[in-house]
Design a protein around this ligand. Structure first.
Ligand code: SF4
Ligand code: SF4
Length: 202
């Protein structure tokens, strides 16, 4: 048998005293550099559930699910599909709705641990029932518009509900559009139809 060289012998003795160079992951959590780009995470306060990231995500990891019966939107994410590209954070509407973390290990025996969901109430068109967006999204737009919010009839009424200044039942009991329908929360399509009716049909 070939005898070990002195250097190799030295290395072996050092390893016996100091332990192995490799980490003990997954037995012990790995030390990760703060700059390491891992999985992204939704931020409860920063995300307005607009659904923009679902449009941009190249692997369809993020889905926007509108549960009409329950009146809510769920932003759903399945980590198993995520390629950690960072597009969702880069193009997030608010810039703070989803953040890349340095979390890289999603190994689990329960596949539900790889799902993430956040939700919010939906806002519907009061004429046709179509989904407009979420309450958080409406509030975010209104905050950015400031006083200009009140130049848009839908926002004017939406904020009026909050302040108890508008009647939710106004105009509910007749078909088609009437003059008082200006004071309703309408989707862009119904708002356009109402304006055309006013201008062209009198
Ligand atoms: S606010 Fe950002 S993270 Fe939230 S749904 Fe919109 S784009 Fe996605
Ligand atoms: S990092 Fe990329 S793949 Fe992962 S959720 Fe965001 S956009 Fe989708």
């Amino acid at each position: 048998m070939r005898k070990p060289k002195l250097r190799e012998l030295g290395e072996a003795i050092k390893a016996l005293i100091k332990g192995p160079y490799t980490t003990k992951f997954p037995k012990k959590p790995a030390e990760i550099a703060p700059e390491y780009k891992g999985f992204p995470e939704f931020q409860e306060d920063g995300c307005v559930r607009c659904g923009g990231c679902a449009e941009i995500c190249p692997t369809r990891t993020i889905e926007r699910r509108d549960l009409i019966e329950e009146g809510k939107r769920v932003m759903f994410r399945n980590y198993a599909n995520c390629i950690i590209c960072g597009q969702c954070q880069l193009y997030c509407l608010t810039g703070e709705g989803i953040v890349m973390t340095n979390e890289f290990d999603k190994t689990t025996l329960d596949r539900h641990n790889i799902y993430e969901e956040i939700e919010d109430e939906l806002v519907f068109c009061e004429a046709c029932g179509a989904v407009i967006t979420t309450k958080k999204h409406m509030d975010w737009i209104a905050d950015r518009l400031g006083e200009m919010t009140y130049s848009n009839p839908t926002f004017f009424v939406y904020k009026g509900y909050e302040m108890g200044l508008a009647d939710k039942d106004a105009g509910k009991n007749h078909p088609g559009f009437w003059r008082e329908d200006h004071m309703r929360v309408l989707c862009p399509r119904c708002r356009r139809n109402l304006m055309f009716k006013e201008d062209w049909e009198g």
